[in-house]
Design a protein around this ligand. Structure first.
Ligand SMILES: [Zn+2]
Length: 422
């Protein structure tokens, strides 16, 4: 306790700064032995030893194996204690709940998911998600939760953790999602748009801390997560990248948001389902029609599978979605100049059929300078992506954004992170 209060009240700023730096260097593998830390920071040997001992006392670091020797005695490596806390992630989609538990280094150690319609409202949805999480936590060793990530399929005011007028989530507007999780898990909570989590997952997966990347999700709805130099661009109200309700040309189809001619009313999964059902009612034959006759529901997933299988109706629908998406992505490319576009979600799961059409439209409609080094790729299509992205978001908030605020307490707390000092 004496040490903590010294750190908090009496410490030299330099002391805390170098402690934070050393813990983060070991955490990110920038340096892993005391001599390396000395070389990178320029701190003297005595100071490094003292700071490392402090970090070990506080529970952030531990001694590991002996590293390679450079002539003299081999130095001991240091490890960040990734197991001293857990990150909890709740990823809500339009039609599913996916929850997981991660180590502080981001590895998902347990997860579960179920089908669920998010339009059932926040109370019922979050109670269900939390009981799923409780099951996971019951089979995890009793380790404190350091942070919670919640992803929702719509715009979020990141500062307050509340959804903002999400078109497909009646009852969620302004709901205090953060407080609900804080009360249950007594840990700091961050709420974000699900596509932002997917973009962060790509940053982590590609190990590209400074990525200029756009993640476009074409699932039931459509959204985009924007990374500029590795940082999420959320916009003034959290609505950045909400491209699903941008008007596309030559369309006056009604959208579920109440407007007409929106991108997702033409290219989104629900629009494809609507048109597939109409085509079948009009007498179309093939894989989709047979599936419908046996009572199977037409879903965006089934349409992209049917397209891969050569079903003519499905191919036409997926290609139309890709063409219109390609036009919208071209506009984003001209404005944002990313180096990477990743397309994910149920509709692009059709693979080359979708990707080829998007590429074609983007290269046709974008400025040559903006496409010179542009990569357009498909997501790896792993259902765990939003969980990994959520863990990445919490890691960024804990160790980059708020570390100095809670470091002296030994672990993050709601109070330490969110209470604003007078
Ligand atoms: Zn709309």
């Amino acid at each position: 306790m004496a040490k903590e209060s010294t750190l908090r009240f009496g410490a030299q700023t330099d002391e805390v700064t170098s402690l934070l730096r050393i813990v983060n260097m070991v955490r990110t593998h920038e340096a892993s032995t005391r001599p390396e830390i000395g070389r990178v920071t320029g701190l003297g040997r005595g100071v490094v030893t003292q700071r490392v001992d402090q970090a070990i006392d506080m529970g952030f670091l531990e001694d590991g194996e002996f590293g390679p020797s450079s002539g003299g005695r081999a130095p001991r490596t240091l490890r960040f204690r990734s197991d001293q806390g857990r990150i909890v992630v709740c990823a809500l989609g339009a039609l599913h709940i996916h929850v997981g538990v991660a180590l502080l280094e981001g590895d998902i150690i347990d997860e579960t998911h179920r089908a669920w319609d998010v339009s059932r409202g926040p109370a019922e949805t979050l109670d269900t998600a939390m009981s799923m999480l409780d099951e996971l936590l019951a089979r995890t060793p009793d380790v404190p939760i350091w942070g919670v990530a919640v992803g929702v399929p719509g715009p979020v005011d990141f500062l307050t953790g509340r959804p903002v007028a999400p078109p497909i989530m009646p009852g969620w507007n302004g709901f205090d999602v953060r407080r609900k999780f804080e009360q249950r898990y007594d840990a700091p909570v961050w709420v974000d748009n699900d596509v932002n989590l997917l973009a962060l997952n790509e940053r982590a997966r590609r190990r590209d801390e400074h990525a200029d990347l756009i993640y476009c999700k074409i699932g039931t709805g459509i959204g985009a997560g924007l990374l500029s130099q590795g940082r999420l661009h959320r916009g003034a109200n959290g609505a950045a990248g909400d491209i699903g309700h941008v008007r596309v040309r030559d369309s006056d189809v009604p959208c579920r948001c109440g407007k007409v001619g929106c991108l997702e009313a033409v290219a989104g999964g629900w629009a494809l389902v609507r048109d597939a059902e109409q085509a079948i009612a009009d007498g179309a034959t093939g894989y989709l029609a047979r599936a419908a006759q046996t009572g199977e529901a037409i879903t965006p997933e089934r349409i992209s599978m049917a397209a891969e299988d050569g079903d003519a109706v499905a191919i036409a629908l997926v290609q139309r979605s890709a063409r219109v998406m390609g036009e919208s992505i071209a506009a984003l490319v001209n404005m944002f100049n990313p180096s990477t576009i990743v397309v994910g979600g149920a509709v692009p799961a059709a693979g080359e059929i979708f990707l080829a059409e998007v590429r074609h439209r983007v290269y046709e409609l974008s400025l040559p300078l903006a496409t010179r080094d542009l990569t357009i790729a498909q997501s790896v299509n792993d259902v765990r992506e939003p969980l990994r992205g959520g863990a990445e978001m919490v890691r960024e908030q804990l160790f980059d954004a708020t570390f100095p605020r809670w470091f002296a307490d030994g672990r993050p707390t709601v109070q330490g992170i969110f209470s604003v000092a007078a």
